[in-house]
Design a protein around this ligand. Structure first.
Ligand code: NAX
Length: 326
């Protein structure tokens, strides 16, 4: 059985995510799950309502549901933490405005994971700015090695895959190896140079080259803001879906020659990215959470410049939160 913590349990992403986990979509139909749901003090009535609805679904795999507002208690014995809870970005707000507010949450939760979680803990940070929150968290949970901490860039990958599939007029499953490099922010770099459509390089299939710079890139980079403008709220069901995809990809052996995007710690990377950042790279899994970064992709000069800009942004974010890292 897997014990899975979800923070921000009273929020909109969790309202989709919890039900998909309980339905077996993350770990498959043979693995029972226990949900440990955290939100702020005062949100207990909402958490109670969420627990009632989870119970009312009669999910065969759902073993038990714990709720609470004390991270040390809620994280007791957990194998996986999905850290969603944070203040979301409102209309017109840049991610950097959030960095100090949200960073402190990950200091407290890092310490709580350090004292309460199971030895095989892995963590996916969704709450923004997720790369830098993940870095703060890893520094505040020194019991666990840095390769247990991930930041979610899968939603960006999924968004980019859809745009390419739509433009090429193919089903989204025909698009493979669309890596997101760098930060989950507007400097992120969706890489069409290493991606394929039905096994062919993307730019051999889509020959409208101005489209990549003028439409594809800005639409992927600014998709979060476009969803807020349209819905009045940030992405929720698609974010939950990407979290399910991220963990499923980590636990399922990756098909030969393929990879997926995940924000991971930069220690030992072969691309020359500064150490001690959490950076989105192409990753492969050997199954059961055992992963490696794909280290032999090629960058054009143009791609390198964009990736370095995203790296610079992450270094600036790290500078702002130095005081939160032990
Ligand atoms: P909501 O405002 O609906 O829910 C957030 C919940 O977190 C609230 O219930 C709040 O009480 C709780 N919370 C706040 N501080 C907490 C703490 N210290 N401990 C536990 N719970 C806490 O936001 P939602 O739409 O669910 O978004 C959550 C986070 O995901 C935001 O930071 C948002 O920016 C981020 N996103 C990240 C994405 C990604 O791809 N990495 C995409 C979607 C989303 O924008």
């Amino acid at each position: 059985m897997k014990r899975i913590a979800v923070t921000g349990g009273a929020g909109q992403i969790a309202y989709s995510l919890l039900f998909r986990i309980a339905n077996g979509e993350m770990f498959g139909s043979d693995e029972e799950v226990a949900l440990h749901i955290l939100d702020l003090p005062g949100m207990e009535p909402v958490l109670e309502g969420v627990r009632m609805e989870l119970n009312d679904c009669a999910f065969p795999l759902l073993h038990e549901v714990h709720i609470g507002s004390d991270p040390k208690k809620v994280f007791e014995g957990i194998n996986l933490a999905l850290l969603v809870g944070a203040k979301p970005r409102g209309p017109g707000m840049e991610r950097k405005d959030l960095i100090n507010d949200n960073g402190k949450i990950f200091v407290e939760q890092g310490a709580a994971l350090n004292s309460s979680a199971a030895d095989d803990l892995q963590v996916l940070v969704v709450g923004n700015p997720c790369n830098t929150n993940c870095l703060i968290l890893s520094h505040n949970a020194p019991r666990f090695s840095k390769d247990r901490f991930f930041a979610m860039t899968r939603l960006d990958q999924n968004r980019a895959e859809h745009q390419i599939a739509d433009k090429a007029g193919v089903p989204v499953r025909s698009v493979k190896n669309l890596c997101i490099w760098g930060n989950h922010s507007s400097t992120q770099v969706p890489d069409c140079e290493n991606a394929t459509v039905e096994g062919h390089p993307v730019k051999e299939v889509i020959k409208d080259y101005p489209w990549f710079e003028n439409e594809f890139l800005p639409s992927v980079q600014k998709r979060g803001a476009a969803i807020i403008a349209a819905r009045g709220k940030s992405s929720a069901a698609s974010a939950a879906s990407a979290a399910v995809d991220s963990i499923r990809s980590l636990y399922t052996p990756t098909p030969k020659g393929q990879f997926f995007s995940l924000g991971v710690h930069t220690a030992g990377n072969t691309y020359g990215i500064d150490t001690d950042l959490v950076f989105s790279f192409p990753c492969r899994s050997r199954g059961l959470g055992d992963f490696e970064v794909v280290n032999d992709l090629k960058w054009s000069e143009e791609l390198r410049k964009k990736i370095n800009l995203s790296e610079e942004e992450l270094k600036e974010e790290r500078e702002i939160v130095t005081g939160l890292m032990v």
